[in-house]
Ligand binder design. Structure first.
Ligand SMILES: CC(=O)SCCNC(=O)CCNC(=O)[C@H](O)C(C)(C)COP(=O)(O)OP(=O)(O)OC[C@H]1O[C@@H](n2cnc3c(N)ncnc32)[C@H](O)[C@@H]1OP(=O)(O)O
Length: 451
């Protein structure tokens, strides 16, 4: 039997070994190229939530539209997991950006009215400091010596940029997916500096299914021998692991009903006998998505940024625990400095607690549709901030109940200016990627909220 899918991987390894960098021919995703960006260099250390420190760091950013004299029309646009700051084309980089149609004169992010800034997150690989950057402490690339990050760390770095640009208060903080997490985090961390919050297909805390899906992506990547515990920068990158990680990610980004319509049960070549390599159209589609992306993003950035998504929890308890870790470090206590991960699996199997299973008989309290009190308390800093929370019924990664949970928590926290929109399956079957594709509904609601 022929295995063209394995041949392709082996041949790419050979090409990479010879020093060349094969480029995917074209791609379905927006141009996540770094192109030409502006860079803000911060020389003041950034203390991170889990004990690490970046002694200095860069934030790559791009902007569109004029900033007014009062600097009161600035919108900070947060990206999804793997996007660069290139949300829209610029004179310096005319390639279309990942939100090209959403930004421009008369567009939902209207450049006739607003000055829009988009950054590459710290931990990323498109110009901001991340695991592929050089550690000023030893002159070598950080690799997996890079510290664990949180969404809040990324947001603090963005606000250092705003400080550097003399921007005191945002007109709005806008983001989708991971950007939707950051948008909320910005409002919680800096309530007096954020005029409005928009969170599209985001959440208030990561739920176990989404952590599970990111876990599997990280595991296939880390099991690629070329990953080499993160030290691959002088060798062959773990392109096979990245390809598989992207295939799993793509399963979470779209929806079954979309694929039913788009591919059904059709095979790429029904005239040939079944193959173990990609055969059904859905398989060749996933294979293509993985092929295109496997050299487009730094594998270590994927690990760090995706872990930061897992750690996301705006609940009050987590915020207090983080504050006390940071305070302990300020006092010089070791408790605040958890730099080295020594987590091992427990020796005895985990014993499930009856109440955690949700069995009717064991349930202590009746299930409530109210959001957890901890999240309501955690979102209290946003009580006076007008908020747009948008979700998509076909999204399996950030399911619509999570945006309902955020909207309801904000209302229970006392916010009387919450707009909640849920796009039904009749409106979009694009699942999580709806925010990239649906200009009419996503863009339309965004425009309405901002004006
Ligand atoms: C979690 C977070 O924080 S953010 C996550 C956000 N999501 C992502 O990052 C995923 C990004 N998604 C993309 O980049 C998508 O390509 C989008 C949204 C920009 C565009 O989606 P669509 O227009 O529907 O295109 P899609 O990517 O589904 O498919 C088009 C590509 O697949 C190819 N294709 C389609 N069907 C098949 C098939 N059966 N077999 C092989 N290839 C196929 C097309 O030829 C095309 O290839 P090309 O891009 O190389 O020309």
């Amino acid at each position: 039997m022929a295995f063209p899918c394995l041949d392709a991987i082996e041949s790419r390894s050979e090409t990479l070994k010879a020093g060349a960098r094969p480029r995917p021919s074209s791609g379905p995703e927006p141009s996540y190229t770094s192109g030409v960006t502006l860079t803000y260099q911060c020389h003041k250390p950034l203390e991170l939530d889990w004990g690490g420190v970046l002694p200095e760091f860069n934030v790559a950013y791009e902007s569109w539209g004029e900033m007014n004299a009062q600097k009161s029309n600035v919108i900070l646009l947060h990206t999804g997991l793997s996007a660069s700051s290139h949300a829209h084309s610029t004179p310096a980089n005319p390639q279309p950006g990942w939100w090209e149609r959403f930004i421009g004169p008369g567009a939902p992010l209207d450049t006739d009215k607003y000055h829009i800034i988009c950054t590459n997150v710290i931990g990323g690989c498109y110009g901001s400091t991340g695991p592929g950057s050089v550690d000023p402490g030893n002159g070598e690339k950080y690799a997996t010596r890079f510290p664990i990050l949180t969404m809040q760390d990324m947001v603090r770095a963005q606000f250092r940029l705003l400080d550097g640009l003399g921007i005191d208060k945002l007109y709005a903080s806008v983001g989708s997916s991971m950007g939707g997490m950051q948008s909320l985090a910005a409002g919680v961390l800096f309530p007096s500096r954020v005029g409005r919050v928009v969170s599209i297909s985001g959440c208030g805390r990561s739920h176990p299914y989404s952590i599970a899906m990111r876990h599997t992506q990280r595991q296939v990547l880390m099991m690629d021998p070329h990953w080499n515990r993160g030290f691959y920068y002088d060798g062959i990158p773990p392109h096979a692991g990245m390809k598989l990680a992207r295939e799993i990610a793509t399963v979470t980004y779209r929806s079954g009903p979309e694929w039913e319509q788009r591919f059904g049960r059709r095979r790429a070549d029904p005239g040939k006998p079944p193959a173990l390599c990609p055969d059904f159209l859905i398989e060749t589609y996933l294979d293509h998505a993985g092929e295109k992306w496997c050299l487009e993003y730094d594998p270590n950035s994927l690990l760090y940024v995706s872990k930061a998504m897992d750690l996301f929890d705006l609940g009050r308890e987590n915020q207090l625990a983080t504050q006390s870790r940071r305070a302990a470090r300020g006092n010089g206590s070791q408790a605040g400095s958890l730099l080295h991960c020594s987590l091992t699996l427990p020796k005895t199997p985990y014993e499930e607690q009856p109440e955690s299973r949700g069995d009717d008989a064991a349930r202590i309290e009746p299930v409530s549709s109210r959001p957890p009190a901890d999240l309501v308390l955690g979102l209290a800093p946003l009580r006076d901030t007008p908020a747009l929370v948008m979700g998509v019924a076909s999204d399996i990664l950030f399911p619509a109940w999570q945006q309902r949970e955020v909207a309801e928590s904000l209302r229970l926290a006392g916010n009387r200016n919450v707009t909640h929109v849920e796009l039904s399956e009749q409106m979009s079957l694009f699942g999580h990627d709806t925010f990239l594709l649906d200009l009419k509904h996503v863009g339309g609601n965004l425009r309405m909220f901002l004006t």
